[in-house]
Design a protein around this ligand. Structure first.
Ligand SMILES: *Cc1c(COP(=O)(O)O)cnc(C)c1O
Length: 364
């Protein structure tokens, strides 16, 4: 008998069962070609259709305007920490980084390796408990080409509820809340993220970039690192990560059928809201370390009265089918990641467990 657990992992993530079933059913013989889609040539008609459907599916679902191109790349969001500035900045140009946490810190470090990069806001001074308040808190120096933001900090559990006005275009790492809410494209020169948090299996990163920004770097880049290479080839300049793109295409279809980004924004608020309500209604026994207005709808981070209770919480939850609730090793505590495909019932199971665990352990 197959048992599926409640997977609260921060990534890779839970995927829709219907998508996994379709993949299973098609896996040995894809649409009558007599082999798996991952065995066929990436230049053959079967994969070509899958690939272009995924590109078109992303464009429609996310409402990407025609003046942006969509690239499917490898190297994860992590490679983009360097590839974005290599493509959007000449060597003497500069970007400002809003440093909201662990991922923004990495983006800033790699950005500084290839171009000018400075910290435009230092979240460390708030212990990464919030994002900057409206624009004014962010120090945008003259000549800044763009400001880099991390829409959701996966480890610290904070997000931008809306994006600040910084007076220059923004570039956003949206890895951990990708397509969990509509995107106002007019604010951005580029948006990127790995697929494996919200959109599919690991192996593909999606970069959506304003076409008129391509080739403006004036650098002599190796071909794979130059976005223009991938744009010209519809993201098939070399062998693409076929399996990841194939599964992601199905997830995008599933999201479109379920009602699109407004619906996923609503679902995310509902899921996260149930857990925050459980935290806030516990008379301080469960505690959120982040400020209310910045609370993530994807990664709900919370603490218990002590670390021993946190260890037991994680272990006992695992014992009843709730996996991967341990917080990131750098921050400790508990983290429940509730991405796009996380069923509401899994969240209800967690909230019930939280109540039971407190009843069994609250000695006050
Ligand atoms: C997971 C994550 C990354 C790294 O993604 P990879 O695809 O593993 O390189 C970058 N930024 C954020 C916000 C993330 O959550």
């Amino acid at each position: 008998m197959m048992t599926r657990i409640h997977n609260f992992g921060a990534g890779p993530c839970t995927l829709p069962v219907s998508v996994l079933e379709e993949v299973r059913d098609e896996f040995l013989d894809f649409e009558g070609i007599g082999m798996s889609i991952i065995e066929d040539s990436h230049r053959a008609p079967a994969y070509d259709a899958v690939h272009h459907d995924a590109l078109a599916g992303f464009r429609t679902l996310a409402g990407v305007p025609d003046d942006f191109t969509i690239l499917f790349l490898q190297g994860g969001a992590t490679l983009q920490f360097a590839q974005v500035p290599l493509n959007l900045l000449a060597e003497d140009e500069t970007a400002g980084y809003v440093n909201t946490g662990a991922w923004a810190t990495k983006a800033l470090a790699d950005g500084g390796q290839v171009a000018g990069a400075y910290e435009a806001w230092a979240g460390a001074s708030t212990s990464y408990a919030r994002v900057p308040a409206e624009g004014g808190e962010i120090d945008v120096r003259p000549g800044t080409r763009y400001v880099h933001v991390t829409s959701n900090e996966t480890i610290d559990g904070i997000r931008f509820p809306h994006f600040p006005d910084v007076g220059v275009p923004m570039v956003a790492d949206m890895s951990s809340d990708f397509l969990s809410r509509p995107i106002d494209w007019g604010r951005f020169d580029l948006v990127y993220g790995g697929a494996q948090k919200n959109l599919g299996p690991a192996g593909v990163a999606i970069v959506v970039v304003r076409r008129d920004r391509l080739g403006s770097h004036g650098r002599d880049l190796p071909s794979y690192l130059d976005y223009a290479t991938h744009e010209r080839a519809d993201s098939m300049a070399n062998t693409p990560p076929m399996f990841a793109i194939y599964v992601m295409g199905k997830v995008l279809d599933w999201m479109a059928e379920a009602g699109g980004l407004a619906e996923f924004e609503r679902r995310a608020a509902e899921r996260a809201g149930l857990i925050y309500d459980a935290i806030d209604g516990s008379d301080g026994w469960y505690r959120s370390p982040v400020e209310e207005a910045s609370r993530s709808h994807m990664n709900v981070v919370f603490r218990l009265p002590d670390e021993d209770l946190e260890r037991r919480f994680v272990a006992e939850a695992a014992g009843v089918g709730m996996a991967n609730l341990k917080g990131h090793r750098n921050v400790g505590g508990i983290r429940a990641s509730v991405y796009n495909a996380m069923p509401l019932d899994s969240v209800r199971a967690l909230v019930d467990f939280m109540a039971d665990f407190r009843t069994g352990n609250d000695l006050s």
